[in-house]
Design a protein around this ligand. Structure first.
Ligand code: SF4
Length: 406
């Protein structure tokens, strides 16, 4: 029914300077975290009883900071995921400062297969600017400990940050590789409105975050990582052979997924949505032409912990017709190095006719797409001007997306 499952843990020890994710600073040991994890466990059981988790291949416990839950609550939650969904890939997101040996052991014993660690930088000055809680020594030591457990390990690194230089970025990239991880994700810092970082640099042109600097840092990452045996398989993701994150690939290939927890999003096909609606009669009847529903949980963490029933969730919803679903898949596929699946392009041609060819021709002419081995693939320039590439593909679908709240 869904190929992938996502659980959102909205707790962090402290907010980082740049963060506008759905997460809240929470004191260690706050009983709310245990109650919330327990509530997610109940929602998992309810989703499984509806058959929604049949065929689920990957799961991801993200945040926030899942490792802040501690070994008992996170271990139990991972066990529950394994019991109800038995995914063959199960990733927990982690931050170095809360990734204790006990947590490592607990998640491995409970059945996690992967850890994704928010390192961001191996430069103490940069980490201070970002107001991360760990320093470089802590990050190195905890990543090494994670690799030693035998779990697959990925690290996140962030570029175009205050104080970063090409040399310090290179040191972070090479330092991460030296820790023996199989997967590296690299992201340019986004300065989100209203965050402490945004306020701190309100009167500063932030030359270090200029789009050209972002592009240079992403290219430097590509050169450094490819030279060391990592292949790029998505705009921001590099892996050693066989170490790609299947969960993320599910998002980019249009596989339905279920997201539970405050702020989490789901993408369900019509059958999945109607099955959920049987349990949640408040969910609106989908429009006649809907083939896909996107749902986002708006229930706060306290409310969710107090009443975990799926039928009690507040949700915002969007319904996509087939034109919109295919345009969305084209847009997501353009993030992947392997490009657009031929069968998807065939369906798009049936739906959009000459409009597809005109759009593709324009993107080829501008160098945002290229043809390789009979497939349409994004170019480096296409990724650098991602908004234009993705916008043109999404623009193939006419009309507004139907939305609702319940
Ligand atoms: S650890 Fe991640 S989710 Fe938490 S505040 Fe920092 S960036 Fe945000």
């Amino acid at each position: 029914m869904v190929g992938a499952l996502y659980l959102h843990i909205p707790f962090c020890a402290r907010k980082c300077a740049y963060c506008d994710f759905a997460s809240w600073a929470t004191p260690a040991g706050d009983a709310l975290m245990g109650a919330y994890a327990c509530a997610l466990g109940e929602q998992l059981e309810e989703a499984a009883s509806l058959g929604l988790l049949e065929g689920c291949e990957t799961a991801y416990v993200g945040g926030g900071t899942p490792t802040l839950l501690g070994e008992k609550d996170l271990g139990r939650l991972v066990e529950k995921i394994v019991a109800v969904a038995a995914p063959s890939e199960l990733t927990c997101e982690a931050n170095p400062d809360s990734l204790s040996d006990e947590v490592l052991l607990a998640v491995r014993e409970a059945g996690a297969t992967r850890l994704s660690i928010g390192v961001q930088s191996l430069d103490d000055g940069e980490l201070r600017e970002l107001e991360r809680l760990h320093d470089a020594a802590c990050a190195r030591e905890r990543v090494e400990a994670a690799v030693a457990t035998g779990l697959e390990v990925s690290v996140d690194l962030m570029c175009a940050t205050p104080g970063q230089t090409p040399a310090s970025w290179d040191r972070s990239l090479k330092g991460a590789v030296a820790l023996g991880v199989g997967h590296v994700s690299v992201y340019p810092l986004q300065i989100e409105e209203g965050t402490p970082l945004d306020c701190r640099f309100a009167d500063d042109p932030c030359a270090w975050n200029d789009p050209e600097v972002q592009a240079e840092r992403m290219t430097e990452a590509q050169v450094a990582l490819e030279a060391r045996g990592y292949h790029r398989y998505e705009v921001a993701s590099y892996a050693r052979a066989g170490k790609e994150c299947r969960h993320n690939k599910a998002y980019w290939t249009g596989s339905p997924y279920l997201g539970l927890g405050t702020g989490a999003s789901s993408m369900l096909d019509l059958e999945g949505y109607l099955r959920l609606r049987l349990r949640c009669p408040r969910l609106p009847r989908p429009p006649e032409d809907a083939v896909r529903a996107r749902l986002t949980v708006e229930t706060g963490r306290r409310e969710l912990a107090a009443d975990p029933r799926l039928s009690a969730l507040s949700l915002s919803l969007e319904f996509l017709n087939e034109d919109q679903a295919v345009a969305e898949d084209l847009m997501l596929g353009a993030r992947l190095v392997e490009g657009l699946r031929p069968e998807l392009v065939v369906r798009a041609r049936e739906l959009f006719g000459a409009r597809l060819d005109d759009t593709v021709d324009a993107l080829l002419a501008r160098g945002l797409l290229a043809e390789r081995d009979g497939r349409l693939v994004p170019t480096e320039q296409g990724w650098l001007l991602g908004n234009e590439l993705y916008g043109a593909l999404w623009g193939l679908a006419p009309g507004e997306v139907a939305s609702a709240r319940c």
